[in-house]
Write a protein that binds this ligand. Structure first.
Ligand code: UGA
Length: 441
């Protein structure tokens, strides 16, 4: 069993650390945030990720947390980099946290520890790290790119049952050792060079994003020609060459990965002299898709000034409390700009930086007196939204289903007006907005 130092106690670092500990390795996770490390040392798990707490709990004696670089490096055979690489204003990835880790490595590390890059980085980062280590005389430190494909909400399962393990190494022997760490995990293995491994990650995320923007555009066409995108997506996905995944139309993709990686790959190509036009369109379609919800509300309610809208779900997807690049942000601020009053509910995401919206504890509190309820995140509990209780609580029983979560016919039968994404046959016709006397209950 190996000793592993992990830099970064975010989603990727914690899941990687916990899962490696579960495979029997000794893990030390280092972060620069004192509060985060203190909570981890006290046995708390600072992020919401199903299953993570249990894995951490049962491996408490094999996983330690520290602020100290030396403690993470001491005796470690592998030094995993799992720090954030957010996009900068220009769309390039911000690698400052990666460079801090590399530059903080002590001068006299014995043996041959291998730096393993888990963070998503632009192609060429491996070469750059190699040069930076060599310049400091740290030629004994190996380097391997081992991109992470786990998705939030299913991260532990994804780590333990990955579709593939991608290993890009400068030295075959370093790659062999990193692969050895994964013994106990059954997966296809791709061994390649560092640049190709780096690009696999960006290309996979950009392609998944492309599928989402594609199906969202098909949904928009569906609304014009009277087709139903859920049936179209099913029919398309039954072709085994295409498959059914990532063809759910909705209000656009968010999260810490897709927007960042689409932008990073577009930028990388552009900086290398190639304008990646398809990704430009993927990005623009996604921006517009978030705003279509507002048009749908206007279709039914007319001008939104003075109207109350309940946003149901705030996290960028279910089973996470992550609000990074969440479409809910754009929708909330757009509604506020239109003069609407915004109520919001989410079972786990309780952001304190969404100014001007009223965060409610229950769905019922959020919809009370609302002129419309918008399903922003497909939390399973929202499947029961079309209830008599909710209908009675709303000023006007209009549901805009931004994730096509509900059965349109059942929702309408329950007395609601229904508006999904790309489902015009099921959409309720727009009615003139109700007069105050009609909504008095
Ligand atoms: C994504 C990838 O799925 C992971 O493989 C990858 O490792 C990860 O990014 C990363 O780079 O770290 P994640 O961002 O956690 O994972 O979430 P996804 O489940 O992929 O969803 C991304 C967004 O796409 C969400 O906003 C979701 O609502 C949206 N989406 C997804 C759709 O709108 N339609 C779909 O059919 C699927």
């Amino acid at each position: 069993m190996a000793r592993i130092g992990i830099f970064g106690a975010g989603y990727v670092g914690l899941v990687t650390g916990a899962c490696f500990a579960d495979l029997g390795h000794e893990v030390v996770v280092r972060d620069i945030l004192p509060e985060r490390i203190a909570r981890l040392q006290a046995g708390e798990v600072p992020i919401y990720e199903p299953g993570l707490e249990q894995v951490m709990e049962r491996n408490r004696d094999r996983i330690a947390f520290t602020l100290d670089v030396a403690e993470a490096v001491d005796g470690a055979e592998f030094l995993y980099v799992a720090v954030g690489t957010p996009p900068t204003e220009s769309g390039d990835a911000d690698l400052s946290a990666v460079w801090s880790v590399i530059d903080e490595l002590p001068q006299d590390v014995p043996g041959r520890p291998v730096v393993v890059m888990k963070s998503t980085v632009p192609v060429g980062t491996g070469d750059h790290v190699r040069r930076r280590l060599d310049d400091r005389g740290l030629t004994n430190i190996g380097y391997v790119s081992n991109p992470e494909f786990l998705a939030e909400g299913s991260a532990v399962r994804d780590f333990m049952n990955p579709d593939r393990i991608v290993i890009g190494a400068f030295e075959e022997a370093d790659g062999d050792r990193v692969l050895g760490l994964h013994s106990g995990i059954d997966a296809e293995v791709l061994r390649t060079d560092v640049a190709s491994a780096e690009l696999v990650k960006l290309a996979a995320n950009a392609f998944l994003s492309t599928r989402i923007s594609f199906i969202n555009e098909i949904a928009n066409v569906c609304e014009l020609v009277g087709a139903d995108v859920t049936d179209v997506a099913r029919g398309v996905g039954l072709d085994h060459r295409l498959g059914p995944h990532f063809l759910r139309a909705g209000i656009g993709f968010g999260g810490s990965c897709f927007p960042k990686d689409v932008s990073a790959l577009k930028q990388l190509a552009g900086n290398s002299g190639y304008p990646f036009m398809l990704l430009q369109a993927v990005w623009e379609v996604n921006e517009l898709q978030k705003k279509r919800v507002v048009q749908k509300l206007q279709k039914h309610l007319g001008p939104l000034r003075g109207k109350t809208v309940a946003l149901l779900g705030l996290a960028f997807k279910p089973n996470t409390d992550d609000m990074r690049e969440a479409p809910s942000r754009v929708i909330a601020y757009r509604l506020l700009a239109e003069g609407a009053e915004v109520h919001a509910w989410d079972p786990v995401a309780h952001p304190d930086d969404l100014k001007g919206i009223d965060l409610c504890d229950t769905v019922l509190d959020a919809v009370r007196g609302a002129d419309a309820a918008v399903i922003v995140t497909e939390w399973p509990e929202l499947r029961e939204l079309a209830s008599a209780e909710v209908r009675e609580a709303m000023a006007r029983p209009l549901i805009v289903d931004g994730r096509n979560l509900l059965d349109p016919a059942a929702t309408r039968a329950a007395g609601f007006q229904y508006e999904g994404i790309g489902r015009p046959r099921h959409a309720s016709p727009a009615e003139p907005p109700a007069r105050p006397s009609e909504v008095a209950r």
